[in-house]
Design a binder for this molecule. Structure first.
Ligand code: SF4
Ligand code: SF4
Length: 312
């Protein structure tokens, strides 16, 4: 007993006052569309189809990057001959719809040389991040005044996302200080934290879990798989794909797997009032809003449709 106490005293407090202060060593790719020549090298290198090109007209080309599909492998960074793609370090890449996780630009193609040059970012259909945040805040206002209870559902994950979710409860991140607790039953939950591409065998179980969760339930899809089917694709013999094919999703937290910072960030967003959950007395701060950096809301657009695997 004495040795345990002595060890604890020597170790000191491991919990980070501000879990959002430290940047992970690498995160999502950052594409500088203005420096891009739409040469397709990154598209060829991308194993998930997160980067896609289209040729709607002979003199026009588009290039899109979907963070919902990205597994942060950085193959595109190595493949880019012009250095237009670099590895970012931001983790606040959460959104309220798949569309908000995609950005797309159009390029002019010179008929003589076939060389493409940046023309413009594509317009953004649908609500902005701010509008979506306000809508969610309105829906949960006054309903989540108590601690937030989270039921985690593995709908087909490889367990990578579960390891990171478990890390949010360790002494370093300590999500309980934000009033967030994991519970065993969906009947006690405010939030469903769903991982994995939804397998056909888990679809009914997920639907029933959703129906057993009292309103105003919030669904957070975690990981590239939960957001889009990830490396397993969508509509395959075993996998339905993204969680939103089975239940409505309120927050998307991409990454393969997303880091604990990103999951915590998504859970605070799920409260619709994340600033209120910060503990200024303890020096704990939460991000002011979903930054979705380096993507500005004005640059977001609808992702291209995809069925299963690269290029399908
Ligand atoms: S999955 Fe992401 S990091 Fe990997 S090549 Fe595709 S866009 Fe780049
Ligand atoms: S997103 Fe990555 S870590 Fe999470 S379940 Fe899918 S493959 Fe596994």
């Amino acid at each position: 007993m004495f040795s345990i106490l002595s060890k604890s005293l020597k170790t000191g407090i491991l919990t980070k006052k501000d879990p959002f202060a430290a940047r992970p060593p690498f995160g999502f790719p950052v594409l500088d569309f203005e420096a891009c020549t739409a040469c397709d090298e990154c598209v060829q290198a991308c194993p998930t189809g997160a980067l896609q090109t289209d040729r709607p007209a002979p003199e026009r080309k588009t290039l899109s990057l979907s963070y919902a599909l990205c597994i942060q492998c950085r193959e595109c960074v190595d493949a880019c001959p012009t250095g237009a793609i670099r590895a970012g370090r931001d983790f606040e890449v959460a959104a309220y719809s798949r569309e908000q996780l995609t950005r797309r630009a159009s390029f002019e193609v010179e008929a003589a040389t076939g060389r493409a040059s940046f023309r413009a970012m594509e317009a953004v259909p649908g609500p902005s991040l701010e509008e979506s945040a306000a809508k969610l805040r309105e829906r949960v206002r006054g309903r989540f005044g108590r601690p937030l209870h989270v039921r985690q559902v593995d709908a087909g994950s490889c367990n990578g996302c579960e390891l990171e979710i478990a890390a949010t409860a360790n002494p370093v991140f300590d999500l309980e200080r934000f009033g967030i607790h994991f519970v065993a039953s969906p009947r006690h939950a405010d939030v469903l934290l769903v991982t994995g591409p939804v397998t056909r065998n888990m679809a009914i179980a997920l639907r029933r879990t959703y129906e057993a969760t009292p309103e105003p339930r919030v669904v957070v899809a975690v990981g590239a798989c939960g957001c889009s089917g990830g490396i397993f694709g969508e509509g395959t013999y075993a996998s339905i794909g993204g969680v939103d094919h089975v239940v409505p999703v309120d927050i998307y937290v991409p990454g393969c797997p997303p880091r604990p910072h990103a999951i915590l960030n998504g859970l605070l967003a799920a409260m619709g009032l994340r600033e209120a959950r910060a503990r200024p007395d303890a020096g704990v701060t939460a991000p002011a809003s979903i930054r979705l950096t380096p993507v500005s809301p004005a640059a977001l657009t609808v992702p291209s449709t995809r069925t299963a695997g690269k290029g399908e």
